[in-house]
Design a protein around this ligand. Structure first.
Ligand SMILES: Cc1cc2nc3c(=O)[nH]c(=O)nc-3n(C[C@H](O)[C@H](O)[C@H](O)COP(=O)(O)OP(=O)(O)OC[C@H]3O[C@@H](n4cnc5c(N)ncnc54)[C@H](O)[C@@H]3O)c2cc1C
Ligand code: SF4
Ligand code: SF4
Ligand code: SF4
Length: 371
Protein backbone atom coordinates (compact mmCIF):
# COMPACT_ATOMS: atom_id res chain seq x y z
CA UNK A 1 0.00 0.00 0.00
CA UNK A 2 1.46 3.37 -1.07
CA UNK A 3 0.32 6.19 1.20
CA UNK A 4 0.67 9.96 0.85
CA UNK A 5 2.20 10.60 4.28
CA UNK A 6 3.85 8.09 6.61
CA UNK A 7 1.72 4.97 7.08
CA UNK A 8 -0.73 5.21 10.02
CA UNK A 9 0.21 8.85 10.76
CA UNK A 10 -2.40 10.57 8.59
CA UNK A 11 -4.76 13.00 10.37
CA UNK A 12 -7.47 12.78 7.71
CA UNK A 13 -7.29 16.49 6.88
CA UNK A 14 -8.30 15.57 3.28
CA UNK A 15 -6.23 18.26 1.55
CA UNK A 16 -4.47 15.66 -0.65
CA UNK A 17 -7.86 14.31 -1.69
CA UNK A 18 -8.94 17.80 -2.88
CA UNK A 19 -5.72 18.53 -4.75
CA UNK A 20 -5.25 15.28 -6.66
CA UNK A 21 -5.97 15.90 -10.38
CA UNK A 22 -6.53 12.18 -11.07
CA UNK A 23 -8.84 11.17 -8.18
CA UNK A 24 -6.12 8.69 -7.29
CA UNK A 25 -6.44 8.94 -3.48
CA UNK A 26 -8.71 6.83 -1.34
CA UNK A 27 -9.17 7.14 2.43
CA UNK A 28 -8.95 4.08 4.58
CA UNK A 29 -10.40 4.63 8.05
CA UNK A 30 -9.73 1.52 10.08
CA UNK A 31 -10.84 3.25 13.32
CA UNK A 32 -7.41 3.26 14.98
CA UNK A 33 -5.51 4.65 11.97
CA UNK A 34 -6.23 6.84 8.96
CA UNK A 35 -4.41 6.36 5.68
CA UNK A 36 -4.56 8.23 2.36
CA UNK A 37 -3.82 5.47 -0.13
CA UNK A 38 -2.59 6.17 -3.67
CA UNK A 39 -3.87 4.15 -6.60
CA UNK A 40 -0.60 3.79 -8.51
CA UNK A 41 -2.38 3.02 -11.76
CA UNK A 42 -4.11 6.41 -11.76
CA UNK A 43 -1.24 8.45 -10.22
CA UNK A 44 0.87 10.65 -12.54
CA UNK A 45 3.48 11.47 -9.85
CA UNK A 46 2.73 15.20 -9.94
CA UNK A 47 3.65 15.50 -6.23
CA UNK A 48 0.74 17.87 -5.46
CA UNK A 49 -0.54 15.67 -2.63
CA UNK A 50 2.84 15.73 -0.88
CA UNK A 51 3.10 19.51 -1.26
CA UNK A 52 -0.24 20.18 0.49
CA UNK A 53 0.14 17.44 3.11
CA UNK A 54 0.42 19.16 6.48
CA UNK A 55 1.90 16.04 8.02
CA UNK A 56 4.85 16.25 5.62
CA UNK A 57 4.96 20.08 5.41
CA UNK A 58 3.33 21.69 8.43
CA UNK A 59 2.52 25.39 8.06
CA UNK A 60 4.52 27.84 10.15
CA UNK A 61 3.72 28.04 13.87
CA UNK A 62 3.78 31.51 15.47
CA UNK A 63 4.15 32.73 19.05
CA UNK A 64 1.01 34.45 20.34
CA UNK A 65 1.39 38.24 20.51
CA UNK A 66 -1.71 38.83 22.67
CA UNK A 67 -4.12 36.70 24.73
CA UNK A 68 -7.53 37.28 26.26
CA UNK A 69 -10.48 35.51 27.79
CA UNK A 70 -14.17 36.35 27.73
CA UNK A 71 -17.43 35.63 25.99
CA UNK A 72 -19.76 36.77 23.21
CA UNK A 73 -21.82 39.84 24.16
CA UNK A 74 -24.84 38.27 22.48
CA UNK A 75 -26.21 35.91 25.17
CA UNK A 76 -27.88 33.67 22.57
CA UNK A 77 -24.56 33.16 20.77
CA UNK A 78 -22.85 32.33 24.06
CA UNK A 79 -25.51 29.87 25.22
CA UNK A 80 -25.62 28.06 21.84
CA UNK A 81 -21.82 27.65 21.86
CA UNK A 82 -19.60 25.20 23.67
CA UNK A 83 -17.55 27.63 25.73
CA UNK A 84 -17.74 31.43 25.60
CA UNK A 85 -19.06 31.72 22.03
CA UNK A 86 -16.05 33.67 20.66
CA UNK A 87 -16.02 31.46 17.53
CA UNK A 88 -19.58 32.24 16.50
CA UNK A 89 -19.33 35.93 17.41
CA UNK A 90 -16.22 36.31 15.23
CA UNK A 91 -17.81 34.38 12.32
CA UNK A 92 -20.91 36.59 12.53
CA UNK A 93 -18.81 39.80 12.48
CA UNK A 94 -16.70 38.50 9.60
CA UNK A 95 -19.80 37.91 7.48
CA UNK A 96 -21.25 41.31 8.44
CA UNK A 97 -17.99 42.81 7.15
CA UNK A 98 -18.45 41.18 3.74
CA UNK A 99 -16.45 37.97 4.24
CA UNK A 100 -17.29 34.29 3.86
CA UNK A 101 -16.89 31.75 6.68
CA UNK A 102 -15.94 28.09 6.22
CA UNK A 103 -16.73 25.83 9.18
CA UNK A 104 -18.24 22.53 10.15
CA UNK A 105 -21.78 21.32 10.85
CA UNK A 106 -23.82 18.14 10.96
CA UNK A 107 -25.28 17.25 7.58
CA UNK A 108 -26.81 13.90 6.59
CA UNK A 109 -25.03 12.01 9.37
CA UNK A 110 -21.59 13.49 8.73
CA UNK A 111 -19.70 16.48 10.13
CA UNK A 112 -18.79 18.35 6.96
CA UNK A 113 -17.49 21.81 6.07
CA UNK A 114 -19.65 24.44 4.38
CA UNK A 115 -19.28 28.04 3.25
CA UNK A 116 -21.56 30.57 4.92
CA UNK A 117 -22.26 33.93 3.27
CA UNK A 118 -24.98 35.03 5.68
CA UNK A 119 -26.20 34.37 9.21
CA UNK A 120 -28.76 31.80 8.03
CA UNK A 121 -26.04 29.66 6.43
CA UNK A 122 -24.05 29.77 9.69
CA UNK A 123 -26.74 27.77 11.52
CA UNK A 124 -25.22 24.56 12.86
CA UNK A 125 -21.65 25.89 13.10
CA UNK A 126 -21.86 26.64 16.84
CA UNK A 127 -20.93 23.81 19.17
CA UNK A 128 -17.88 21.56 19.41
CA UNK A 129 -18.18 18.25 17.60
CA UNK A 130 -15.88 15.89 19.47
CA UNK A 131 -15.21 13.57 16.54
CA UNK A 132 -13.20 13.68 13.27
CA UNK A 133 -14.87 16.11 10.94
CA UNK A 134 -14.75 15.62 7.18
CA UNK A 135 -13.04 18.52 5.38
CA UNK A 136 -13.14 16.98 1.89
CA UNK A 137 -14.19 19.54 -0.69
CA UNK A 138 -13.74 22.67 1.42
CA UNK A 139 -10.14 23.36 0.31
CA UNK A 140 -11.22 23.65 -3.32
CA UNK A 141 -14.23 25.81 -2.44
CA UNK A 142 -12.21 28.21 -0.28
CA UNK A 143 -9.51 28.61 -2.92
CA UNK A 144 -12.15 29.34 -5.55
CA UNK A 145 -13.59 32.18 -3.43
CA UNK A 146 -10.12 33.61 -2.74
CA UNK A 147 -9.34 33.62 -6.45
CA UNK A 148 -12.54 35.62 -7.00
CA UNK A 149 -11.09 38.21 -4.60
CA UNK A 150 -13.24 37.36 -1.56
CA UNK A 151 -12.00 37.18 2.03
CA UNK A 152 -12.55 33.83 3.71
CA UNK A 153 -12.35 32.86 7.40
CA UNK A 154 -11.58 29.17 7.88
CA UNK A 155 -12.21 27.66 11.30
CA UNK A 156 -11.17 24.12 12.22
CA UNK A 157 -8.79 21.96 14.21
CA UNK A 158 -5.10 22.85 13.75
CA UNK A 159 -4.21 20.08 11.27
CA UNK A 160 -7.06 21.29 9.00
CA UNK A 161 -5.94 24.93 9.33
CA UNK A 162 -2.37 23.97 8.45
CA UNK A 163 -3.62 22.02 5.43
CA UNK A 164 -5.75 24.98 4.29
CA UNK A 165 -2.74 27.33 4.47
CA UNK A 166 -0.73 24.89 2.33
CA UNK A 167 -3.57 24.39 -0.11
CA UNK A 168 -4.29 28.06 -0.88
CA UNK A 169 -0.59 28.94 -1.27
CA UNK A 170 1.39 32.11 -0.46
CA UNK A 171 -0.19 34.39 -3.06
CA UNK A 172 -3.75 34.04 -1.76
CA UNK A 173 -2.81 33.88 1.92
CA UNK A 174 -3.41 37.62 2.66
CA UNK A 175 -7.16 37.06 1.99
CA UNK A 176 -7.37 33.92 4.16
CA UNK A 177 -8.12 34.36 7.87
CA UNK A 178 -7.75 31.33 10.11
CA UNK A 179 -8.93 30.23 13.54
CA UNK A 180 -7.55 27.01 14.98
CA UNK A 181 -9.08 25.29 18.00
CA UNK A 182 -7.00 24.02 20.89
CA UNK A 183 -7.36 20.30 20.18
CA UNK A 184 -6.48 17.33 22.31
CA UNK A 185 -7.42 14.75 19.68
CA UNK A 186 -10.36 13.28 17.84
CA UNK A 187 -11.71 9.77 17.25
CA UNK A 188 -12.83 8.21 14.00
CA UNK A 189 -16.49 8.90 13.33
CA UNK A 190 -16.99 5.14 13.11
CA UNK A 191 -16.67 5.01 16.93
CA UNK A 192 -19.44 7.58 17.33
CA UNK A 193 -21.58 5.61 14.86
CA UNK A 194 -21.06 2.41 16.87
CA UNK A 195 -21.93 4.15 20.15
CA UNK A 196 -25.08 5.76 18.76
CA UNK A 197 -26.29 2.51 17.24
CA UNK A 198 -25.90 0.74 20.58
CA UNK A 199 -27.75 3.57 22.33
CA UNK A 200 -30.61 2.98 19.89
CA UNK A 201 -30.16 5.92 17.49
CA UNK A 202 -29.74 5.94 13.74
CA UNK A 203 -28.57 8.98 11.78
CA UNK A 204 -31.74 9.79 9.86
CA UNK A 205 -33.47 10.30 13.24
CA UNK A 206 -30.76 12.61 14.59
CA UNK A 207 -31.35 16.30 13.85
CA UNK A 208 -29.11 17.64 16.57
CA UNK A 209 -26.24 16.19 18.52
CA UNK A 210 -24.48 17.98 21.38
CA UNK A 211 -21.29 16.78 22.98
CA UNK A 212 -21.37 19.28 25.81
CA UNK A 213 -23.47 21.94 27.41
CA UNK A 214 -20.93 24.55 28.55
CA UNK A 215 -18.95 22.82 31.32
CA UNK A 216 -21.03 19.60 31.29
CA UNK A 217 -19.63 17.04 28.84
CA UNK A 218 -22.60 14.84 28.05
CA UNK A 219 -23.88 13.32 24.81
CA UNK A 220 -27.31 14.79 23.96
CA UNK A 221 -29.37 13.66 20.99
CA UNK A 222 -32.25 15.80 19.76
CA UNK A 223 -31.95 17.89 22.96
CA UNK A 224 -32.22 14.85 25.27
CA UNK A 225 -29.39 13.39 27.38
CA UNK A 226 -28.46 9.89 26.24
CA UNK A 227 -28.04 8.87 29.90
CA UNK A 228 -28.92 10.48 33.25
CA UNK A 229 -26.29 13.09 34.27
CA UNK A 230 -25.18 10.99 37.26
CA UNK A 231 -24.20 8.05 35.06
CA UNK A 232 -20.98 8.34 33.05
CA UNK A 233 -21.67 8.03 29.32
CA UNK A 234 -19.09 5.89 27.52
CA UNK A 235 -18.37 7.90 24.35
CA UNK A 236 -17.53 11.12 26.23
CA UNK A 237 -15.54 9.17 28.83
CA UNK A 238 -13.28 7.75 26.11
CA UNK A 239 -12.96 11.15 24.43
CA UNK A 240 -12.15 13.11 27.60
CA UNK A 241 -9.64 10.53 28.80
CA UNK A 242 -7.71 10.29 25.52
CA UNK A 243 -8.59 6.62 24.98
CA UNK A 244 -10.00 6.51 21.46
CA UNK A 245 -8.22 8.99 19.13
CA UNK A 246 -6.60 7.99 15.87
CA UNK A 247 -2.91 7.20 16.26
CA UNK A 248 -1.56 10.48 14.79
CA UNK A 249 -3.22 12.62 17.48
CA UNK A 250 -0.96 11.22 20.20
CA UNK A 251 2.04 12.86 18.54
CA UNK A 252 0.26 15.96 17.22
CA UNK A 253 2.70 18.58 15.94
CA UNK A 254 0.23 21.39 16.74
CA UNK A 255 -0.18 20.69 20.45
CA UNK A 256 2.14 23.46 21.58
CA UNK A 257 2.19 27.11 22.71
CA UNK A 258 3.11 28.28 19.18
CA UNK A 259 0.03 28.24 16.98
CA UNK A 260 -0.89 27.75 13.33
CA UNK A 261 -3.95 30.05 13.07
CA UNK A 262 -4.28 33.86 13.14
CA UNK A 263 -6.38 33.25 16.25
CA UNK A 264 -6.51 30.19 18.50
CA UNK A 265 -9.66 29.47 20.51
CA UNK A 266 -10.18 27.16 23.44
CA UNK A 267 -11.64 27.05 26.92
CA UNK A 268 -10.29 29.34 29.61
CA UNK A 269 -10.11 26.50 32.13
CA UNK A 270 -7.63 28.32 34.40
CA UNK A 271 -9.80 31.44 34.57
CA UNK A 272 -9.94 33.43 37.77
CA UNK A 273 -13.25 35.03 36.78
CA UNK A 274 -16.21 34.03 38.96
CA UNK A 275 -17.74 30.52 39.09
CA UNK A 276 -21.07 31.64 37.61
CA UNK A 277 -19.30 32.89 34.46
CA UNK A 278 -17.25 29.65 34.35
CA UNK A 279 -20.50 27.66 34.35
CA UNK A 280 -21.77 29.68 31.38
CA UNK A 281 -18.51 29.18 29.44
CA UNK A 282 -15.41 31.33 28.99
CA UNK A 283 -13.37 31.35 25.79
CA UNK A 284 -9.60 31.67 25.69
CA UNK A 285 -8.19 33.51 22.64
CA UNK A 286 -4.57 33.65 21.53
CA UNK A 287 -3.72 36.10 18.74
CA UNK A 288 -0.80 35.44 16.42
CA UNK A 289 -1.04 38.12 13.71
CA UNK A 290 -2.47 41.46 12.59
CA UNK A 291 -5.25 39.55 10.82
CA UNK A 292 -5.98 37.85 14.15
CA UNK A 293 -6.16 41.23 15.92
CA UNK A 294 -8.60 42.52 13.31
CA UNK A 295 -10.88 39.48 13.88
CA UNK A 296 -11.04 40.19 17.61
CA UNK A 297 -11.57 43.93 17.02
CA UNK A 298 -14.48 43.45 14.62
CA UNK A 299 -16.45 41.03 16.85
CA UNK A 300 -18.86 41.88 19.65
CA UNK A 301 -17.00 40.35 22.59
CA UNK A 302 -16.53 40.90 26.30
CA UNK A 303 -12.77 40.83 26.73
CA UNK A 304 -10.76 40.32 29.93
CA UNK A 305 -7.08 39.87 30.69
CA UNK A 306 -5.79 36.37 31.25
CA UNK A 307 -2.50 35.03 32.60
CA UNK A 308 -1.26 32.88 29.70
CA UNK A 309 1.09 30.79 31.80
CA UNK A 310 -1.76 29.96 34.22
CA UNK A 311 -4.08 29.24 31.28
CA UNK A 312 -1.59 26.69 29.94
CA UNK A 313 -1.55 24.64 33.16
CA UNK A 314 -4.98 22.96 32.79
CA UNK A 315 -4.86 23.22 28.98
CA UNK A 316 -2.10 20.69 28.43
CA UNK A 317 -2.57 20.78 24.62
CA UNK A 318 -0.83 24.17 24.71
CA UNK A 319 2.23 22.34 26.06
CA UNK A 320 2.33 18.83 24.60
CA UNK A 321 0.21 16.24 22.77
CA UNK A 322 -2.25 14.23 24.82
CA UNK A 323 -0.68 11.33 26.71
CA UNK A 324 -1.89 7.97 25.48
CA UNK A 325 -4.32 6.48 27.99
CA UNK A 326 -3.47 3.14 29.58
CA UNK A 327 -6.95 2.02 28.45
CA UNK A 328 -6.20 2.79 24.78
CA UNK A 329 -4.58 -0.52 23.77
CA UNK A 330 -7.25 -2.64 25.43
CA UNK A 331 -10.07 -0.64 23.82
CA UNK A 332 -8.69 -1.05 20.28
CA UNK A 333 -7.77 -4.68 20.90
CA UNK A 334 -11.40 -5.38 21.85
CA UNK A 335 -12.76 -3.43 18.86
CA UNK A 336 -10.41 -5.31 16.49
CA UNK A 337 -11.57 -8.62 17.94
CA UNK A 338 -15.14 -7.72 16.96
CA UNK A 339 -16.53 -6.61 20.33
CA UNK A 340 -19.29 -4.05 20.34
CA UNK A 341 -18.60 -0.47 21.45
CA UNK A 342 -20.08 -0.98 24.94
CA UNK A 343 -18.38 -4.34 25.49
CA UNK A 344 -15.00 -2.97 24.38
CA UNK A 345 -15.34 0.05 26.68
CA UNK A 346 -16.35 -2.08 29.66
CA UNK A 347 -13.26 -4.29 29.23
CA UNK A 348 -10.95 -1.27 29.60
CA UNK A 349 -12.01 -0.52 33.17
CA UNK A 350 -14.45 -3.20 34.39
CA UNK A 351 -14.84 -2.04 37.99
CA UNK A 352 -15.63 1.57 36.98
CA UNK A 353 -18.31 0.48 34.48
CA UNK A 354 -19.77 -2.01 36.94
CA UNK A 355 -20.31 0.94 39.34
CA UNK A 356 -22.06 2.90 36.56
CA UNK A 357 -24.42 -0.04 35.94
CA UNK A 358 -25.28 -0.13 39.66
CA UNK A 359 -25.99 3.62 39.57
CA UNK A 360 -28.33 3.13 36.61
CA UNK A 361 -30.29 0.48 38.56
CA UNK A 362 -30.44 2.70 41.66
CA UNK A 363 -31.78 5.59 39.57
CA UNK A 364 -34.41 3.35 38.00
CA UNK A 365 -35.52 2.15 41.43
CA UNK A 366 -35.54 5.76 42.70
CA UNK A 367 -32.94 4.90 45.36
CA UNK A 368 -30.90 7.88 44.15
CA UNK A 369 -32.04 10.90 42.17
CA UNK A 370 -30.48 12.40 39.04
CA UNK A 371 -28.99 15.89 39.47
C1 LIG B 1 -11.98 17.68 18.58
C2 LIG B 1 -11.87 18.90 19.46
C3 LIG B 1 -11.04 18.88 20.59
C4 LIG B 1 -10.92 20.03 21.41
N1 LIG B 1 -10.08 20.00 22.49
C5 LIG B 1 -9.95 21.11 23.27
C6 LIG B 1 -9.04 21.16 24.39
O1 LIG B 1 -8.38 20.17 24.69
N2 LIG B 1 -8.93 22.31 25.11
C7 LIG B 1 -9.64 23.43 24.78
O2 LIG B 1 -9.50 24.47 25.46
N3 LIG B 1 -10.51 23.43 23.75
C8 LIG B 1 -10.66 22.32 22.99
N4 LIG B 1 -11.52 22.32 21.91
C9 LIG B 1 -12.19 23.58 21.55
C10 LIG B 1 -13.45 23.84 22.39
O3 LIG B 1 -14.29 22.70 22.39
C11 LIG B 1 -14.23 25.02 21.80
O4 LIG B 1 -14.51 24.79 20.45
C12 LIG B 1 -13.49 26.32 21.88
O5 LIG B 1 -13.30 26.65 23.22
C13 LIG B 1 -14.26 27.46 21.19
O6 LIG B 1 -15.49 27.57 21.82
P1 LIG B 1 -16.61 28.54 21.28
O7 LIG B 1 -17.69 28.60 22.32
O8 LIG B 1 -15.99 29.83 20.88
O9 LIG B 1 -17.10 27.87 19.93
P2 LIG B 1 -17.88 26.50 19.63
O10 LIG B 1 -19.32 26.62 19.90
O11 LIG B 1 -17.17 25.37 20.29
O12 LIG B 1 -17.69 26.40 18.04
C14 LIG B 1 -16.45 26.07 17.53
C15 LIG B 1 -16.33 26.13 16.05
O13 LIG B 1 -15.50 25.03 15.70
C16 LIG B 1 -16.07 24.24 14.69
N5 LIG B 1 -15.89 22.82 15.03
C17 LIG B 1 -16.54 22.13 15.98
N6 LIG B 1 -16.16 20.84 15.98
C18 LIG B 1 -15.27 20.72 14.99
C19 LIG B 1 -14.54 19.62 14.48
N7 LIG B 1 -14.66 18.39 14.97
N8 LIG B 1 -13.71 19.84 13.45
C20 LIG B 1 -13.57 21.08 12.91
N9 LIG B 1 -14.24 22.14 13.36
C21 LIG B 1 -15.09 21.97 14.38
C22 LIG B 1 -17.56 24.58 14.74
O14 LIG B 1 -18.13 24.39 13.48
C23 LIG B 1 -17.57 26.02 15.20
O15 LIG B 1 -17.47 26.92 14.13
C24 LIG B 1 -11.66 21.19 21.09
C25 LIG B 1 -12.52 21.20 19.97
C26 LIG B 1 -12.63 20.07 19.15
C27 LIG B 1 -13.56 20.13 17.95
S1 SF4 C 1 1.19 12.44 -7.00
FE1 SF4 C 1 -0.40 13.66 -8.05
S2 SF4 C 1 -1.62 12.18 -9.18
FE2 SF4 C 1 -0.40 11.01 -7.74
S3 SF4 C 1 -1.75 10.76 -5.98
FE3 SF4 C 1 -0.52 12.58 -5.60
S4 SF4 C 1 -1.75 14.28 -6.37
FE4 SF4 C 1 -2.61 12.39 -7.22
S1 SF4 D 1 -2.83 15.62 3.26
FE1 SF4 D 1 -3.95 15.12 5.16
S2 SF4 D 1 -5.25 13.41 4.56
FE2 SF4 D 1 -3.63 13.55 3.00
S3 SF4 D 1 -2.02 12.20 3.73
FE3 SF4 D 1 -1.54 14.23 4.49
S4 SF4 D 1 -2.44 14.21 6.55
FE4 SF4 D 1 -3.39 12.53 5.44
S1 SF4 E 1 -4.84 16.35 17.85
FE1 SF4 E 1 -3.76 17.27 16.12
S2 SF4 E 1 -3.85 15.74 14.49
FE2 SF4 E 1 -5.43 15.20 16.00
S3 SF4 E 1 -7.30 16.19 15.24
FE3 SF4 E 1 -6.33 17.60 16.71
S4 SF4 E 1 -5.05 18.93 15.42
FE4 SF4 E 1 -5.56 17.15 14.17
Amino acid sequence: MKTVCEKNKCSGCMACFDVCPKDAIEFIDDIEYFNAVIDEEKCINCNACHTVCQKENPAELKEPVAWYQGWARDQEVRSNSSSGGYANAICKAFIENGGIVASCKLSNGDFRFFLARDYEEMQGFAGSKYVKSNAAGIYKQVKRELIKGRKVLFLGVPCQVSAMINYVGKKLLPQLYTIDLICHGSPSKKILDMALKEYGYTWPDINKIDFRNNTKFQLRINMKNVLPIRVQEKYMYLFLNGVNYTENCYSCYYATGKRVGDVTLGDSWGSELNDEEMERGISLALIQSEKGKSLIDMASLNIYDVDLEKAKIPNTQLRHPVRISKEHDEFFKQIRSGKSFCEATKKTNPFFWYKQDIKKIMLKLNIIKDC
